[in-house]
Design a protein around this ligand. Structure first.
Ligand code: BEZ
Ligand code: FE
Length: 283
């Protein structure tokens, strides 16, 4: 049971599934393309089954586990941990993008977070302030370095216990979520908290899966961002912290060298870092 003190895998999983189901996604993939993908998918399955001589017991365990993933609502979680990084890289490469690198969105994005001015503090509780403050500033530009007024920087991240608002009980709806409207030069300055490393839920089928092969469930500390500007391609990315725990061994394989921050104390002794976002033109 999910309670204020007791967030569970099935609680956050089902919240992520409900949010995703609400989007009713579609794709205009042609039947020929589907056929080509399905053919290769089954060829890969068949190869694995033969090479590893997969047994009936193993097949039944897989069936049971897949049912469990559905019942815990963990398909968005499992897919975003193990598959999304590859989809994201292909997206960047196939569109020949030149701007800031993307990273995975993960299952915990919520659109329409409260608008905040270019210089702002993220919505947070008193209790969140046990984490050190972080001043995160920068500019949104086009490929030629021109500032983009009208851009927005959506930021969301986990609290000091590793929970995301709207996906764990007892957290205010928009805690550590905001849509920052940049100034006339495309600049922003956000005061937030230094996030901690994040552990994907271990008490559900994604956690059991990781345990089954002796893996670990950790992601490095990260900020999630979605940056948009009129006439430009939106980017979804994450920023990580140089030298941070799990940066070299992210369970979701989503860290890139271009996405590392290295905050330094400012004159008030607060960790501060500048990161500029460069947006490609709209397709
Ligand atoms: C995250 O970044 O919060 C995340 C990414 C993939 C799966 C689960 C969480
Ligand atoms: Fe995250």
């Amino acid at each position: 049971m999910t309670t204020m003190e007791n967030p569970t895998a099935s609680g956050s999983g089902n919240a992520a599934t409900d949010k995703f189901k609400g989007e009713r996604v579609s794709s205009d993939t042609s039947p020929e393309r589907v056929a080509a993908i399905v053919k290769d998918l089954f060829a890969a399955f068949n190869k694995i089954v033969h090479e590893h001589e997969v047994t009936y017991d193993e097949y039944r365990v897989l069936k049971q586990w897949m049912i469990d993933v559905g019942e815990y609502g963990e398909w968005p979680l499992w897919l975003d941990v193990f598959l999304e990084h590859e989809i994201e890289e292909v997206h960047y490469d196939r569109n020949r993008l030149a701007g800031t690198k993307g990273s995975i969105e993960g299952p915990y994005y919520v659109p329409n977070s409260p608008k905040l001015p270019s210089k702002c503090t993220m919505p947070m509780r008193e209790k969140d302030k046990v984490a050190p403050a972080l001043v995160f500033k920068g500019q949104v530009t086009d490929l030629d370095g021109n500032g983009l007024p009208g851009a927005t920087v959506e930021l969301w991240h986990a609290d000091e216990d590793g929970y995301y608002s709207q996906f764990a009980p007892g957290i205010p709806e928009w805690n550590l979520r905001g849509t920052v409207e940049v100034d006339e030069n495309g600049r922003f300055e956000i005061t937030t908290l230094e996030p901690a490393p994040y552990r994907i839920p271990t008490d559900g089928p994604t956690g059991w899966f990781v345990e089954s092969y002796g893996g670990h469930p950790w992601r490095p500390a990260h900020l999630h961002l979605m940056v948009k500007a009129p006439g430009k391609r939106a980017i979804t990315t994450q920023l990580y912290f140089k030298g941070g725990e799990w940066v070299e061994d992210d369970v979701a394989a989503a860290v890139k060298p271009e996405l590392l921050l290295d905050p330094q104390p400012n004159e008030d002794g607060v960790a501060e870092v500048t990161y500029n976002f460069v947006l490609d033109p709209e397709a």
